[in-house]
Ligand binder design. Structure first.
Ligand code: ARG
Length: 420
């Protein structure tokens, strides 16, 4: 009988290392590892070597950096997608692309099964499996962490030692870290107590605001059609802009996020993130939109932003909702062109200036000087009609206001009595 072939999404960390060996033993399978380069700094060195040493038949390390930036990060940036108004979603955005890359290799290598190293209580299992279901419904998916025999990291480490799997680097770190160019997620260890401030060693790529330089750093970012195209006047690839901004903003203590978030699987979790470039770019992009978007479009778009974020977070990247939302977002971005000047200082990002060929800011309308062209008299009639519904309502219901006032008086009396 022909050997089963399994493609594994492989990071080189403890879990996926154990998976490679475990699948060979349990299924007598040929294992092919697939690692995506999403711009992570630390993890990739030595990955192929490690995978072969662990028994992989074939090893793929895919350079997905530009695709990740252009096709995943930038749509999210244009949409203003921050999960629960805060998290730029480096992990959430990376998973569908890693799943896509896994599926491509699986097809090329004639695998009928794929496996990932996500736990049974996280969001990532959903993101992987929902993506695979959409892209290759015939592939069987294994999630060994949901049903293997190991109950702790120590047991996994013992298994590695028994099988000569190199794990030295993963043994010491008390945190679980997921990293790519859009940001780093740090979990576990002492961070599981939401009352404990993250210790200095939890942070991987930002300095503490306290230790940041005493002088602000200025940056200018140019946007075209809602995406960054130049940094400090220099045209650069999207990836390079993000990479460079991570360094500049990270050195100023910008991009640290400590968040209690709602997972898809119902758990509240405490997450610590570092996302210097993402924080800066979302800020800059929004500032440019304030200048260039029509009021109604801007207000409507901020509601869509929440839906877009939830879609990404919940693993619905490869569903018809995304292109539908993208169509709306891209339409709005036609005028989001221009330059934003920022100051980065001790953990803060401040706006220092903005400029756009599509600016809707009209000095002649805004000014209080003699240059003013605004028709002041037109306001009178405008306000009359604008306030007509309220006027009508209170004419018909004269007591609804009075009652509120009486209630307030009563409350005031009651509290003063308590104070005495
Ligand atoms: N909670 C985040 C998300 O679902 C990040 C998970 C990060 N995983 C990790 N191993 N640190 O997108």
């Amino acid at each position: 009988m022909k050997k089963q072939r399994i493609a594994v999404a492989y990071s080189g960390g403890l879990d996926t290392s154990v998976i490679v060996k475990w699948l060979q033993e349990k299924y007598d399978a040929d294992v092919i590892t697939v690692t995506g380069n999403l711009g992570q700094k630390k993890e990739l060195t030595g990955v192929p070597d490690k995978a072969y040493k662990t028994g992989a038949k074939k090893v793929y390390v895919q350079d997905l950096r530009d695709e990740y930036v252009e096709e995943y990060i930038f749509p999210a940036l244009k949409a203003g997608a921050l999960y629960e108004h805060t998290y730029p979603m480096a992990t959430s955005l990376g998973r569908p692309l890693l799943a896509k890359s896994l599926v491509e290799v699986a097809k090329r290598e004639r695998c009928t099964v794929v496996a990932h190293g996500c736990t049974g209580k996280g969001n990532d299992q959903v993101r992987f499996e929902a993506a695979i279901a959409a892209l290759a419904p015939d592939l069987k998916v294994l999630a060994p962490l949901r049903d293997w025999e190991f109950k702790s990291r120590e047991e996994e480490i013992a298994y590695c030692e028994k099988h000569d799997i190199p794990v030295s680097a993963t043994k010491k770190n008390p945190y679980s870290i997921d990293e790519n160019v859009w940001g780093t997620a740090i979990e576990c260890g002492i961070l599981e107590d939401p009352m404990v401030e993250p210790p200095a060693d939890a942070y991987q790529c930002t300095v503490s605001p306290q230790d940041a330089p005493d002088k602000p750093t200025s940056v200018t970012i140019e946007f075209k059609l809602g995406v960054p195209v130049a940094l400090d006047g220099k045209k650069m690839s999207g990836f390079d802009i993000i990479d460079r901004l991570n360094q500049i903003a990270g050195a100023n203590g910008v991009g640290r996020i400590d968040l209690i978030e709602n997972r898809l699987v119902g758990i509240k979790s405490r997450e610590v993130y570092e996302a210097p470039a993402a924080v800066v770019l979302h800020f800059a992009h929004l500032e440019l939109e304030r200048l260039t978007l029509d009021k109604e479009v801007a207000h409507y778009k901020s509601k869509i932003a929440q839906d877009y974020a939830t879609m990404i977070y919940n693993g619905l990247w490869f569903t018809p909702l995304r292109p539908a939302l993208d169509a709306f977002v891209n339409e709005t971005q036609k005028t989001v062109n221009g330059i934003v000047k920022l100051k980065l200082y001790k953990g803060n990002v401040d706006i220092a200036g903005r400029m756009s060929p599509n600016s809707l800011y009209d000095t002649k309308l805004a000014t209080y000087t003699v240059e003013d062209t605004f028709d002041h008299k037109a306001s009178e009639g405008y306000i009359k009609i604008f306030s007509l519904p309220a006027k009508t309502f209170y004419r018909v219901n004269p007591n609804s206001f009075a009652k509120k006032r009486a209630l307030k008086r009563k409350l005031k009396k009651a509290t003063s009595r308590v104070q005495r």
